[in-house]
Design a binder for this molecule. Structure first.
Ligand code: SAH
Ligand code: SF4
Ligand code: F3S
Length: 467
């Protein structure tokens, strides 16, 4: 394994992890009248990190723009989970390079998971000299310092080892009603295909007292919904002596009185009965669980290092369905993992048929350099992988549609978050089960939880009207 790399640009930070309480960031005017453009790839973790990036830039006086051509600073917050994530970033960089030829003062920054990858820093140094600042997932809070120190010379500062847990991080939250809250960083699971433990480092839980304080503040500021974030939320606390379990944390957060509580992502291996009981007990814990399957074949699950069998997964799935009325369960599935036979793939289809998921994110396996699976013989043709993906998607979509039809003419509660992108007369938001609904309702419903009658059900969204 050659990740993470410890070349000269990468500095080790001290281990073990400490909690560092940052001072409140001062407002400065280094970037007064400057516009920043921020593009985010990848998962919710990156979306939330971008809220931190935005806060740092705005604290320095910059203003956000959605138009790249207008920007003085362009930041690409990248993802490395699959090869196509890379291709997208380098494709987009081409556009930034072209703009820099017109506006030589444009500052181009790359951060996020790709920056943490072995070859990427060298690739940027040798092939993309027009990129100005590169930093990683472990030093996002240093963005103001990097900008201040930037002196027209490529500046690269990527730590190879995870740093401390930082508290009092500033966030410019995208929503005034729904907030992301990190409960942990990193991941210790090392699924054999996955690059995340390398790009995000080892698991570091925040102290429960800090998490609950942040959520109490959000409740006091009018937030109605909180989503607890982590690559493996239900392993919460295992890395700290005498810390609460995830089930206890969930219960304590539910007691803050937040109207809607969600969490992503839970690993089936860490899913306890205690957790199921807490989810069933509190009305403000939403009946929605993302429970990644990855494969339905116990043989492939073993090669993936997932720590459960097909039968164990199904047992857990049924236990949750029985204990939590009307729960929606979604999943992630990878097709074409090395050595996946037609029989293995049929096992995956069998689990999908048994679970009738509300929806599923489906992916073709993408070898990531430095992970154990990348050394396994990849003996399935791309054509075959694509064909499996298509068969899987057809099945998944049929169940998404079937599940959505159940809501026709029913009344559901929707937390309205924005104007519908499809129709200016409509607003949109999510039900308790995480169904996207476009609602015929006035714009002043934004930020409220309203009762909606469902008038049409499609595979990927519902339509409704306010009652
Ligand atoms: N921590 C979460 C999700 C991590 S990444 C979990 O454990 O479920 C999100 C999804 O990307 C994964 O669930 C997996 O389905 C997919 N993924 C990760 N690595 C991949 C790879 N190398 N090729 C294809 N899909 C991958
Ligand atoms: Fe990756 Fe597995 Fe960790 Fe999820 S649990 S982030 S798939 S290593
Ligand atoms: Fe991608 Fe990093 Fe998230 S690799 S999926 S942005 S943790």
């Amino acid at each position: 394994m050659n990740l993470p790399n410890q070349n000269e640009e990468r500095k080790r930070t001290k281990n073990p992890v400490e909690v560092v309480y940052l001072k409140q960031e001062e407002k400065t005017d280094e970037l007064k009248n400057k516009k920043y453009y921020l593009k985010t790839y990848g998962c919710q973790m990156n979306v939330h990190d971008s809220e931190e990036l935005a806060a740092h830039l705005e604290n320095m006086g910059a203003i956000k723009t959605d138009i790249l051509e207008e920007a003085d600073i362009a930041i690409l917050n990248t993802c490395a989970v699959r090869e196509n994530a890379h291709d997208k970033v380098f494709g987009y960089l081409g556009r930034c390079k072209h703009l820099k030829e017109i506006n030589k003062d444009l500052i181009i920054c790359i951060c996020g998971c790709m920056a943490q990858e072995e070859g990427v820093v060298n690739e940027i140094k040798s092939r993309h000299p027009y990129v100005d600042i590169v930093f990683g997932t472990h030093n996002i809070h240093e963005l103001p310092k990097l900008i201040k120190e930037y002196n027209k010379k490529q500046e690269i500062e990527v730590y190879s080892i995870e740093g401390n847990v930082y508290e009092n991080i500033p966030y410019k939250r995208d929503s005034k009603v729904s907030a992301w809250v990190n409960i942990m960083y990193g991941c210790d699971k090392f699924c054999t295909y996955c690059i995340v433990p390398y790009t995000r480092g080892k698991q570091r839980s925040r102290k429960s007292s800090d998490i609950i304080k942040e959520i109490n503040d959000l409740v006091n500021n009018g937030y109605l919904e909180v989503t607890l974030l982590g690559q493996n939320v239900n392993a919460y606390g295992k890395d700290i002596e005498n810390e609460m379990s995830f089930a206890e944390l969930l219960e304590n957060v539910a007691k803050t009185g937040i109207k809607r509580l969600r969490f992503v992502t839970s690993h089936p291996w860490d899913f306890t009965d205690e957790m199921i009981n807490v989810i069933a007990k509190y009305d403000n814990i939403m009946p929605y669980i993302h429970l990644p399957l990855q494969s339905g074949s116990s043989r492939i699950l073993k090669l993936m290092g997932r720590r459960y069998t097909k039968e164990e997964y199904l047992k857990l799935f049924n236990k949750i369905k029985e204990a939590v009325p009307n729960v929606s369960i979604t999943t992630d599935i990878i097709v074409g993992f090395p050595q996946e036979s037609e029989e293995d793939f049929l096992e995956t289809l069998d689990v999908v048929k048994k679970c009738e998921y509300d929806s599923a994110f489906t992916f073709i396996y993408s070898p990531r350099e430095g992970t154990p699976a990348a050394k396994m013989q990849d003996n399935i043709s791309l054509l075959e992988k694509e064909e499996r993906l298509q068969r899987l998607n057809e099945l998944v979509n049929s169940f998404s549609n079937k599940n959505n039809q159940k809501y026709l003419n029913k009344i559901v509660k929707v937390l309205v978050t924005e104007v519908s992108q499809k129709d200016n007369n409509k607003v949109c938001g999510y039900t308790e089960n995480m169904k996207l609904v476009n609602v015929l309702a006035p714009h002043d419903t934004i930020g409220k939880i309203i009762d909606v009658k469902i008038t049409d059900a499609k595979s990927f969204s519902l339509d409704g009207e306010i009652i």
